[in-house]
Design a binder for this molecule. Structure first.
Ligand code: ADP
Length: 520
């Protein structure tokens, strides 16, 4: 091999090596380019993210708070256009000079501590007009690689709508509390399980308790010891029912007296149907109760005094009627005597109802239970009623033999009340049905159905109350005192039975009572 050949082969070798190096470098360049592109892409993405964020973000550098970066949302709120970077914050937003925001920024820059605020009001000037914003924000100190504090990162959220809404809610609540303190009714709020969380001023005036003491106060302790049973019923039954209820309670006042109150209690129910709280309104009815007691005492007295003379008047009328009949003197006075007899009957009914009312009030209505055939009782009552109400057509339907153990006279009183009402309040169609059935071998069920006037939904809730009579031009023409159903309800409750009523205006009514067969 000549020296020339050697030289050529050396050169070729060098060339090959150079090619390899170039190839290697080219690959490196490619890699660097891809890495750069990736980095550029990532930076772009982060910037985009920050720029398009609804959060308000800015980076302020140095003691003059030079705006190094501000995203689109914050620039929009500032309302000073796009050319803000590189300028001191207070030059861009002169309206913040001397405002609390400036103090917060200085605090973070001087102490290196984070500052957080919620629903902070800040006034910006946009196109010459003041605009009030509310922000939740964090001022976060920013450090360089050497750990030197270089500025503040601001991360804020425009919460103007929410803050305005909260302000309205707070204002409404304040007004509402003022109103609640103004009303004479005693208003209270208790948790779902009954622990009191709020009492209004009327409660405090009544009990003489301070607000703080009262919230620790147990309402049960205010109630008269004689009403322990009622309190137990409220705690164990009413508070579990999650329904509106009314009750009469005696609360102790600051002098130590117990005054009667009508308490109306309504549950507040959440989306899941659970009771979150109870709102109660208690109205003092002490004077009314005293009046009632006086009236009752008077009625008791009058009823007792009237009973004997009226019964003897009835006796004398029957005597005269008997004499006239015997002597065949069906004279012109007979119809008048009949009328007098009817009126005396009404008086006797009223007196006995008044006496029953008094007995219930005094808790003196005793039941004298015996075993008897309910079917037979119904048949007898129907026969008597048809005798005095010739126009009534009463159909009985019953099963064979239904023995019950109850107070016969009192059950008769309930059946008479249902049937006479059915006749009285059915002016056009006196077809009446009465059925006696057995339910699950546990109850006797008596049902009276008429095709009369019917009762509205509103009145249905009240007809079992004392002296309640349905108002309306027709009703005035039907005699009555609004006591019969109240007594019937008491009688059936004392037998541990129940009364039900279904009715539709113009279509008729259905009154039912149940009687437990085992009365032990
Ligand atoms: P009243 O002596 O007034 O009849 P009640 O206590 O027996 O007293 O009844 C209360 C009210 O209920 C009555 O005034 C009447 O308006 C209504 N009522 C009772 N029964 C019926 C019925 N069968 N049909 C329509 N209304 C009735």
């Amino acid at each position: 091999m000549t020296s020339k050949d050697l030289q050529i082969s050396e050169l070729e070798k060098e060339l090959a090596e150079a090619r390899l190096k170039i190839e290697h470098l080219e690959k490196k360049c490619d890699k660097a380019e891809t890495a750069e592109k990736k980095l550029f892409h990532e930076i772009y993405q982060y910037k985009e993210l920050i720029h398009s964020s609804t959060a308000l973000i800015t980076l302020l550098l140095g003691p003059d708070f030079i705006i190094d970066f501000a995203n689109d949302s914050i620039k929009k709120v500032w309302g000073k256009g796009d050319q803000v970077t590189g300028r001191p914050l207070l030059e861009v937003l002169p309206e913040l000079k001397g405002a609390e925001i400036e103090q917060y920024l200085n605090f973070v820059y001087n102490t290196g501590e984070i500052y957080e605020a919620f629903e902070e009001p800040v006034e910006h000037v946009i196109e010459g007009k003041k605009v009030l914003y509310y922000f939740d924000f964090v001022y976060q100190p920013q450090y360089d690689l050497n750990g030197e504090l270089i500025g503040i990162g601001v991360f804020a959220q425009d919460v103007t709508e929410r803050a305005k809404m909260n302000k309205t809610i707070k204002k409404n609540e304040k007004e509402f509390r003022e109103l609640i303190d103004l009303v004479p009714q005693k208003i209270g709020v208790a948790e779902g399980k009954g622990r009191t969380v709020f009492f209004n001023k009327a409660w405090m005036d009544y009990t003489g308790q301070e607000k703080l003491n009262l919230s620790k106060f147990d309402w049960v302790e205010l109630i008269h010891p004689d009403q322990k049973e009622k309190v137990d019923d409220i705690i164990h039954n009413k508070l579990n029912d999650a329904k509106y209820f009314e009750t009469e309670l005696r609360f102790q006042n600051k002098k130590g007296d117990y005054n009667w109150h009508l308490c109306q209690v309504v549950p507040v129910i959440d989306d899941k149907g659970s009771v979150t709280s109870w709102i109660s309104s208690s109205t003092e009815i002490q004077k009314m109760k005293e009046e009632e007691e006086k009236n009752e005492a008077f009625l008791r007295l009058v009823s007792h005094e009237l009973k004997t003379p009226v019964t003897s008047i009835k006796g004398y009328i029957q005597l005269i009627q008997g004499i006239l009949k015997r002597e065949n003197e069906e004279s012109s006075i007979s119809p008048f005597l009949k009328r007098v007899e009817d009126q005396v009957e009404r008086l006797i009914l009223l007196i006995s109802e008044m006496l029953d009312l008094a007995r219930i009030e005094q808790n003196e209505m005793e039941l004298s239970k015996t075993e008897f055939d309910l079917n037979k009782l119904v048949e007898e009552v129907v026969e008597d009623i048809c005798y005095t109400n010739q126009e009534a057509m009463i159909q009985i339907s019953h099963i064979d033999d239904l023995k019950v153990c109850a107070d016969r006279q009192r059950i008769e009183q309930v059946i008479v009340n249902f049937l006479t009402n059915a006749i009285k309040y059915s002016p056009d169609d006196k077809h009446i049905g009465i059925s006696i059935e057995k339910m699950d071998d546990n109850f006797a069920v008596v049902n009276v159905k008429d095709l009369g006037l019917g009762i509205s939904k509103k009145d249905l809730q009240n007809i079992f109350r004392r002296f309640y009579r349905v108002e309306g031009k027709n009703q005035d023409t039907y005699s009555g005192f609004g006591i019969g159903l109240y007594l019937s309800n008491e009688i059936i409750e004392r037998h541990r039975g129940k009364i039900f009523v279904k009715s539709k205006i113009g279509k008729g009514s259905e009154f039912t009572f149940t009687l437990p067969l085992n009365q032990q």
